[in-house]
Ligand binder design. Sequence first.
Ligand code: NA7
Length: 538
Amino acid sequence: EFRDAVEHWDAIVIGAGLSGMYQLLKLRQMGFKARVYEAGGGVGGTWYWNRYPGARFDSESWTYGFSFSPEVLKEWDWKEHFSGQPENLRYCEFLADKFDLRRDITFNTRVKAAHWDDAANEWEVTFETGGRARARFLITAIGPLSSPTMPTIPGIEDFKGESWHTGLWPHHPVSFEGKRVAVIGTGASGVQAITEIAKTVGHLTVFQRTPNWCTPLRNSKIEPETMADIRSRYDQIFAQCRENWGCFVHTADPRHSTDVTPEEREAFFEKLYNTPGFAFWQGNFRDVLMDQAANDALTEFVIKKIRARVKDQKIADKLIPTNHGYGTRRVPLESGYFEVYNQPNVKLVDIRETPIERVTETGLRVGGQDYEFDMIIYATGFDAITGAFDRIDFQGRNGAKLRDKWADGPHTYLGLNVAGFPNMLTLVGPHNAATFCNLPRCIEQNVEFVSDLLAYMRDKGLSRIEATPEAESAWTAHVYDTGSRLLLTKVDSWMTGVNKNVPGRLKRTFMAYAGGAPKYRQKCEEIAANGYEGFALR
Ligand code: NA7
């Protein structure tokens, strides 16, 4: 008689990106029988999938690596201040080797459904490839930007040339030489890809719907002496990140922009514009992302920079955002992006003026005109933060679906658990501080909180945890309340949950948590110290 084999574990982790890898290590160290199921063929999550040309950190490499292991800090050398995808993936593989993680990971296995079995007090997970597994605890490590979305334009299947999505880039090399290439989308991925592709392409056409406020990355190599210096200061660097809102090394200036003269303000903006990384965004005057007038002044400064870098002012007009101020959407960092449009073999098409009508066998029909391409690149982003949850059929107590519960926006406690979904812990989930973070810094906090919680439950002989509806409502209200201070919650973006490619994502909500990582961590610590206040435990 055929019996469907069911694997049994103490804990199942979905995803082998950075959060899943660290969670696995912690569970193993704690003596839990844990298994990770991963859709991809290897570890690394974001760095496994996003192999598009130009993909790299916008976080300083030496603030991004894990801090939990002195050995890793000692053995791993960063070679660039903002390391590229191939090296970032090697880092993830180095971690997997170092801690022998792969023996507890099942690859090429995408989770289709996860249903809570109340009688058994455990989760049952079903895979797209067939088979099932069961565990007391279910930990999602599925990433905030892991569900790529395609445009809804007709004819995508008709195209006979090569076509790729930046977030699903192939493993083989892709050449642009002598080719006519189209890129659709100008978010952080599009900006990186366009800049790199323009170096070798035959002819490039960029289809832009909304321009973004890009500022310079200013990457450089790390010489061995510099790496030695960084290594000697790791404690101090991570301590500095811990105290920072988004766990970066750039801390907002305590002054308001009106505390100084216009000349001093201009000089400060100039200094930050010339500083590598997110300094200009995260290290600016404290009011520029909250106060409209302060934001307008900063925006004016960036407009001047764009105008100075783009030769044709009609093209500059198209590259300057008009529907949102600087820093109110995720700021793409660039390395020569604006200069790309000075190249004779690069064309910018504003699809707000001339919409893409359809994809054809040979290219795109735009504003009644046919463009021929050898390759179309979709840099159209992700169904952010809740999208990765929506593609799994999560069902909690009484068959309640997570998709339905979050239809109008997320409801969570700390972005880590959902009322009605016992024993499910959501690393980097919606309304978690990790959504606005130099990620590994917040991943460490999330994973350590969850690990301590499981250890506590084991010590006390407890087998079920679930947020109370009251705690969940209070947290959700707090998330919206904190968010309301920021200009970015008044703008359409993946942070406010707007994605015109996804049905039901047209209304603005708020997917992130804007109170900052230090406040979030403190809140988590208080809750733990009070016996996991806000959770019902039994
Ligand atoms: P983003 O930031 O969501 O950018 C997607 C881009 O694609 C953006 O410019 C979109 O324009 C554009 N887009 C999306 N759909 C369409 C259609 N249908 N037609 C034309 N243009 C479209 O994703 P990224 O991958 O760049 O970056 C995601 C994050 O990854 C990034 O913030 C980093 O944190 C890492 P829109 O603005 O919607 O008008």
